[in-house]
Design a protein. Sequence first.
Length: 178
Amino acid sequence: MSASEAAIAAARQVRVLVLDVDGVLTDGGLYYDAAGDVSKRFNVQDGLGIKLAQAAGLVVAVITGLKSKAVEKRVRELGIKDYHAGHTAKIPLLQQICDAHGVQMSQVAYLGDDWVDAGPLRSVGLPMAVCNAQPEIRDMAAWVSTVPGGHGAVRECIRFILEAQDKLGILWEEWKIR
């Protein structure tokens, strides 16, 4: 089985998608204003992708190393209930998410970009990376986006999973008649 076939087979089993934030949901930039407050840039297509994943029955969760009011607000806007901020040791939280949703690690996809994501990538059924991830992270991934983090990589990852599960076309048909 080729890597692509293996990734498709793994994507068919996915019930939970876990995302990193900085460099995945954002472009990784930290924008400081004069008062020292940080803002972050999110891609609206990623947001719709998350809503599509949820509509298709996937659980979307976020584990991030940094705490940010902007991220918390965006995650809540997207209806993501499994949000864990300020954690660089991600495997215990990943296991907690699996336990809460009654899934095995083999039913989890994880999208990351940097060394802090190595543990989860090694543990899940479908390790995924953004194309601008660190080389070690790309090497661990069964699937790599064609666009960088913060620029639609999450949407691309969700399209891949939903297409493998034969759900993308059904969702598209629903959206065409809205």
